[in-house]
Design a protein around this ligand. Structure first.
Ligand code: TYM
Length: 352
């Protein structure tokens, strides 16, 4: 396999309020990755419309997610921040990957089964094809690393399968076009930290999610201090005090979740949190958690508010990002077309 330059890609859907799971499992880690490599962070609006979106709200939410990226500390001069629909190579590569991916692979995707529910026949074709578009997002840049939460693991395995199958199916042509062995990298998922899977505050067995009907199940990035305090105080717990070691969290999903959230907000580990709070009652621990969450999220939501008040500025950031993203993706697509055997556009009749 050829050596690939380290490049980070990740995406967030502009569908509804961003919550603490999105922040701790993904966006906070995106910020950290900027120290390590060139990064692209994408607002995935093409993915959003796999479920119907109100057009005016979609436009607002694209800008809101962009604002959240910037407010969290992503520097749009250093990293490339853009929305997917402005870079046509995503959809174009997705079509080619539709012809590489197998039905059997997509049939195994659990997120489709969850989202389509019982009324599968009525789900959009886009919802079914969603993971193929995700592979195209990543591989249009030949990204080597993808920071995501635990729920995206299966989709990233599919991305790896598509890259490998493309490399095998076109091995001869890839070599003939001078790309060495393997045109696409086999991307590494970066899933980790204490908040890879933040759970609902109402039920420690369910993921914290935008689509949960109860707003008390999640902390939104736009919640004010009072809302955060209320939600944490009402969060489900058990009657035991906190254990002194992480092993003591086994079988205590709600306690495990709150300790994980605390650790991720603090940038530490469950062990470090329990070294301090082991033996404490939940009432005391929740007080400390409210303080930490408000301290971390208040500046973020204030900055988000300021940024969304100036949509022209956000749109300029997105335009700049799209231009820089396309400058990387366009040559990749040209090379893919050559490898697959398409005839690319040359000079017109008038010129020859
Ligand atoms: P999305 O928009 O559902 O979520 C954005 C990011 O937040 C993470 N996340 C969580 N992490 C921890 N705990 C939770 N409860 C939680 N809920 C969400 C997600 O894992 C994700 O990292 N398919 C993707 C978007 C996407 C993408 C990509 C990601 C499209 N193309 C290419 C990476 C690379 C999605 O729907 O994420």
């Amino acid at each position: 396999m050829a050596a690939f330059k380290e490049l980070v890609f990740s995406g967030v859907q502009p569908t509804g309020n961003l919550h603490l799971g999105n922040y701790l499992g993904a966006i906070k880690r995106f910020v950290e990755m900027q120290e390590r490599a060139e990064c692209l962070y994408c607002v995935v609006d093409l993915h959003a419309i796999t479920l119907w979106q109100n057009p005016a709200e979609l436009r607002t939410q694209i800008r809101e997610v962009t604002a959240a990226f910037i407010a969290a500390g992503i520097d749009p001069r250093r990293s490339i921040v853009f929305n997917q629909s402005q870079v046509p190579q995503h959809a174009e590569l997705a079509w080619i990957f539709n012809c590489v991916a197998r039905l059997g692979w997509l049939n195994r995707m659990t997120q489709f089964k969850d989202k389509a529910g019982k009324d599968r026949e009525n789900a959009s074709v886009g919802l079914y094809d969603y993971p193929v578009l995700m592979a195209a997002d990543i591989l249009a840049y030949r990204a080597t690393h993808v920071p995501v939460g635990e729920d995206q693991k299966q989709h990233l395995e599919l991305t790896r399968d598509i890259a490998q199958k493309f490399n095998n199916d076109f091995a001869e042509s890839i070599l003939a076009h001078g790309h060495g062995e393997g045109f696409f990298p086999v991307t590494e998922p970066l899933i980790g930290g204490p908040a890879a899977r933040v759970m609902s505050l109402r039920d420690g067995t369910k993921k914290m999610s935008k689509s949960d009907p109860s707003d008390y199940s999640r902390i939104n990035l736009t919640d004010d201090a009072d809302a955060i305090a209320q939600k944490v105080r009402k969060a489900k717990t058990d009657p035991e005090p906190l254990p002194s070691e992480a092993a003591g969290l086994a079988g205590r999903a709600e306690a495990d979740n709150l300790v994980g959230i605390f650790a991720a907000l603090q940038g530490s580990t469950r062990e470090a949190v329990l070294a301090e709070y082991g033996g404490a009652q939940f009432s005391a621990f929740k007080g400390a958690l409210v303080e930490l969450a408000v301290e971390s999220l208040a500046p973020l939501s204030a900055e988000m508010k300021q940024l969304v008040a100036d949509p022209a500025h956000i749109d300029a950031i997105l335009a700049d990002g799209a231009e820089r993203a396309e400058a990387i993706a366009a040559p990749t697509l040209d090379a893919v077309k050559d490898i697959v055997g398409f005839v690319r556009r040359g000079p017109t009749l008038r010129a020859v």
